[in-house]
Design a binder for this molecule. Structure first.
Ligand code: NAD
Length: 493
């Protein structure tokens, strides 16, 4: 059955002004599951106008009331968790065990977290050398334009929507065109909780809807999670309206196994780091550096453990890994696998999916060894279940190789020696360094990259609120003097 969805603008579900739609497919079998409005600049304008109209009232709604609404949203998400998890699995291909146990509970948790901490937002008193009450306050930026990727569709949306609303902004959100369904379902479930215009969702192609959001003068900030190329294009365009930007971009995250590591623990971390969500995780461990003395043991155990992953129908609770999110992405990943072979890496696990999965966007877990630092599969983000293992000899060499790409998002080091770990913690240029684990991120922990992995403030943690708050300086004269000295600012008396 093909469901018809509508966008959400100014508190109502509407079609695109052009009347056109596009099809959304199930990546597990290629079947069409929904038809969604194909929005364009006119629809963005309508949403931005609605959000602009609502921003004053929402900003002046006391944070305690905003917080109560966010907590109600979290309750509704929890009450409808099964339905949302099934829809996420249908549209994205993530295994149902993951969407039920991880994605949707995490979405609710993020709303609860920002409902709680937004009430603790403080300003500052500035110690000026004159008799004045001199303070810095934090106020909402205004209309937040949120551009969302497809890798964890509703969770990545929640990482932005919850802090934006908690901080008092109104929202125009754009899901990735291939995975819009859970955000539209979120709008349906929460309709009426937020005042009209406070929350809007536009669907349509990224290049059209996203561009229009960046160029719209009523949208005050853009928070994007997406590829580095999309971030670069947005940075270029944002100069026209001097927009505030928060960009969470690509990664090529090293996982480093030292000679004293617990190899079995590192293997477990590597299986999770490489194949969780079919490798479509910005934090994924997409290049593994192993000390030469433990390299062969690590590779043998890593391949053995990976072979045990159950790849198949994401609706089956026994499935560990489903398809990737859409057919064109499967082809991108297959191209990278061909390049890896051509450039001389040795494929020790992989190959085409079995016949019963061939209609879906399946890519089998793939492991290359004999990787070299200059290979395309070591330098570029593949964003799929493809791993490459390289050897190193010294700690300094490992740090240099870890830093040898344009990215700097996540990284991990596996060792029993905390002093050696400390050298990696200081030496690696990445927003996160895990020690003896890879991937865990919580609402309490800041997430965001260095170098070409991003710029602006962090996602998650109290720091995410800074994306959605601006500082205003206020100075109130306490002297009562009518005539103020012009020059002697430091000592006005
Ligand atoms: P993408 O860049 O193709 O798309 C991201 C979003 O931007 C989508 O909503 C898309 O429609 C929109 N978009 C595309 N072109 C646009 C344009 N010209 N102007 C404005 N918007 C545009 O990324 P994706 O394929 O959806 O997601 C995968 C990428 O996201 C990977 O590179 C991954 O590393 C990155 N990612 C980063 C993080 C992080 O926290 N750093 C988290 C998740 C994903």
């Amino acid at each position: 059955m093909v469901d018809e969805y509508r966008m959400f603008i100014d508190g109502e579900f509407v079609g695109s002004h052009s009347g056109t739609t596009y099809e959304v497919t199930n990546p597990a079998n290629g079947g069409v599951i929904a038809r969604v409005p194909k929005g364009d600049a006119e629809d963005v304008k309508a949403a931005a106008d609605a959000a602009y109209g609502a921003k004053g009232k929402w900003a002046n709604t006391h944070v305690s009331e905003r917080s109560r609404i966010l907590l109600k949203i979290a309750d509704i998400l929890r009450a409808n968790a099964d339905r949302l998890a099934e829809l996420e699995t249908l549209n994205h291909g993530s295994p149902i065990r993951k969407t039920k146990n991880f994605d949707i509970p995490s979405v609710a948790d993020v709303f609860e977290y920002y409902a709680e901490i937004a009430r603790a937002t403080l300003g500052e008193v500035n110690p000026v050398p004159v008799p004045a009450l001199d303070v810095t306050i934090k106020e909402p930026v205004g209309v937040a334009g949120l551009i969302i990727p497809w890798n964890f569709p509703l969770l990545m949306a929640a990482w932005k929507i919850a802090p934006a609303l908690a901080a008092g902004n109104t929202v125009v959100a754009k899901p990735a065109s291939v995975t819009p369904l859970t955000l539209l379902e979120f709008a349906r479930l929460t309709k009426g909780l937020l005042p009209k215009g406070v929350f809007n969702v536009i669907t349509g192609p990224g290049g059209v809807v996203g561009n229009a959001m960046v160029l719209n003068e009523r949208i005050d900030l853009i928070s994007l999670t997406g590829s580095t190329e999309t971030g670069q294009s947005i940075m270029d365009m944002a100069s026209r309206t001097v927009k505030r930007l928060a960009l969470e971009l690509g990664g090529k995250n090293p996982l480093i196994v030292l000679d004293d590591a617990d190899v079995e623990a590192a293997v477990e971390g590597a299986v999770m780091g490489s194949f969780f969500n079919s490798g479509q995780v910005c934090a994924t461990s997409s290049r593994i550096y192993v000390h030469e003395s433990v390299h062969d043991e690590f590779v043998r155990k890593f391949v053995e453990a990976t072979k045990k992953l159950v790849v198949g129908d994401p609706m089956d609770p026994g499935t560990d890994m489903g398809p990737v999110a859409y057919m064109e992405h499967r082809r991108n990943i297959e191209r990278y696998i061909e390049i890896g072979v051509k450039e001389g890496a040795k494929m020790v696990l992989g190959g085409p999916p079995p016949a019963e999965l061939s209609k879906g966007a399946y890519v089998m877990p793939t492991i290359f060894v004999d990787g070299r630092q200059d290979m395309t599969i070591v330098q570029e983000e593949i964003f799929g279940p493809v791993e490459v293992v390289l050897k190193f000899r010294t700690d300094d060499e490992a740090i240099e190789m870890a830093n040898g790409t344009r990215y700097g998002l996540g990284s991990s080091v596996w060792t029993r020696d905390i002093a050696r770990a400390a050298k990696f913690i200081r030496g690696i240029e990445a927003g996160t360094v895990w020690v003896n684990e890879h991937i865990p991120v919580f609402p309490e922990t800041p997430w965001g990259g260095f170098k070409m992995s991003g710029t602006g403030t962090k996602e998650l943690s109290p720091h995410a609120l800074d994306t959605y708050l601006r500082l205003k300086h206020i100075s109130i004269d306490l002297t009562g003097l009518k005539k103020k000295p012009w020059y002697n600012i430091v000592n006005p008396h």
